[in-house]
Design a protein around this ligand. Structure first.
Ligand code: NAD
Ligand code: UD1
Length: 342
């Protein structure tokens, strides 16, 4: 049978590596494209151990449209290229405020180059990694896909809004191009084998990587950013989704694009349940039998009070929903942290 290739830009990264594994399990052949700007070659070894062979890989910067076109065409000659999943981007909100031009150039530039390469190679299905950050603090939660897109709080958030817009416009102008804009809530956890997970590069700014490092005694106690929010326990509320549930949604979206005459659709990917920072700490302690050292500190600028997903559209259209609990995610996150310390 002809191979069914899926191009995975940023496939050596956190979500991309889990999605590559899930694509393989679903019968696709992932083709990873990454420049290791925020990942390491060892990730490919982890993927290889899980799927039983080295994945197809190209060390390339996705901003190079001509190189991407050559790669796409070489796979089209060997089988069918079902679509592209575009994870490659810079993702640190705080850093984006300091280096906005680098964020615009990489995140928007790579998306423009990718669309050009897809066009030149006749590839018609695109899945884009967006974020719930496009909603800011929504007036109504759970938030659905029709909520207004608010002015971005950061250059990072702006790049997600801009890429959504340019993909929408590209779909309008090219009837054969279809896209899913996947708005992720808060991905956490790791593959249960602990062979792949989120690589801690520098000081973690996200909750779970910091929490696991603090629990392992590698960092100062976790600072809970604010306990005076108008929520039940005063701490911020988010929707934490296991990275493998998120990965499965990409396979569902790809199959949906293959089966439907879609143009450009946005989907929220979350559990639909809001959990506060205090609830997450408690759940981590319960799941792993370990105490998390923490203190309360001031609010972090730019944080929204509470957001969680109305993911009914993804369930209805894609036939996808989360299978894993918060405890599963926190157990897998801790197993990964322990593996990193070996
Ligand atoms: P990550 O940094 O772990 O993975 C991104 C990968 O892309 C890295 O391996 C990096 O080396 C690669 N990359 C970056 N620029 C590149 C370029 N120009 N050419 C080739 N490779 C390049 O990030 P992640 O957490 O896996 O996030 C994946 C995507 O999901 C990103 O677009 C991110 O903005 C989005 N997203 C992430 C989260 C989250 O909490 N992790 C939430 C919402 C959206
Ligand atoms: C952040 C980004 C979001 C991005 C996502 C993935 C901001 C404002 N938002 O989401 O745009 O898509 O990361 O990269 O940066 N917390 C603590 N102590 C910590 C770390 C976090 O209390 O040391 C709290 C935060 O206040 C927040 C929750 O934990 O309430 C989750 O934080 P985080 O993991 O950084 O994700 P978001 O801020 O939701």
């Amino acid at each position: 049978m002809a191979k069914r290739f899926v191009i995975v830009t940023g496939g050596a990264g956190y979500i991309g590596s889990h999605t590559a594994v899930t694509l393989h399990e679903a019968g696709f052949t992932p083709v990873i494209i990454d420049n290791f700007s925020n990942s390491k070659p060892e990730v490919l070894e982890g993927i290889a151990k899980i799927i039983g062979g080295i994945p197809e890989f190209h060390e390339v910067d996705c901003r190079s449209q001509s190189v991407m076109t050559d790669i796409f065409q070489s796979y089209a000659a060997q089988g069918e290229v079902i679509g592209v999943i575009h994870f490659a981007a810079y993702k640190a909100v705080g850093e984006s405020v300091k280096k906005p031009l680098e964020y615009f150039e990489n995140n928007i530039g790579s998306t423009v180059a990718l669309l050009g390469a897809m066009n030149a190679s006749g590839i018609s299905n695109l899945i884009f990694s967006s974020s719930c950050t496009v909603y800011g603090q929504p007036r109504k939660i759970p938030v659905n896909e029709n909520a207004p897109i608010l002015t971005a709080e950061s250059p990072y958030g702006f790049t997600k809004q801009a890429c959504e817009r340019l993909i929408k416009d590209a779909c309008k102008s090219n009837a054969s191009l279809s896209a899913c804009l996947l708005r992720y809530f808060n991905p956490i956890g790791a593959h249960p084998s602990a062979l792949i997970g989120e690589l801690p590069l520098g000081h973690p700014s996200n909750l779970i990587p910091y929490l696991t490092q603090a629990a392992a005694g590698l960092r100062e106690p976790l600072t809970v950013f604010g306990n005076d929010y108008p929520t039940d326990d005063g701490t911020c509320v988010r929707d934490y989704i296991h990275v493998l549930d998120l990965a499965a949604a990409h396979v569902a979206a790809l199959q949906w694009l293959e089966e439907n005459d879609a143009s450009c659709e946005a989907f929220n990917l979350g559990t639909g349940q809001g959990k506060s920072v205090s609830e997450v700490i408690q759940a981590f302690e319960d799941a792993n039998g370990i105490v998390v050292p923490y203190i309360y500190g001031p609010r972090r600028s730019g944080d929204v009070t509470a957001i969680f997903a109305d993911a009914a559209k993804a369930q209805r259209e894609l036939g996808w929903k989360c299978e894993r609990s918060l405890e599963d995610s926190l157990r897998d996150a801790w197993r990964w942290q322990k593996k990193l310390a070996e």
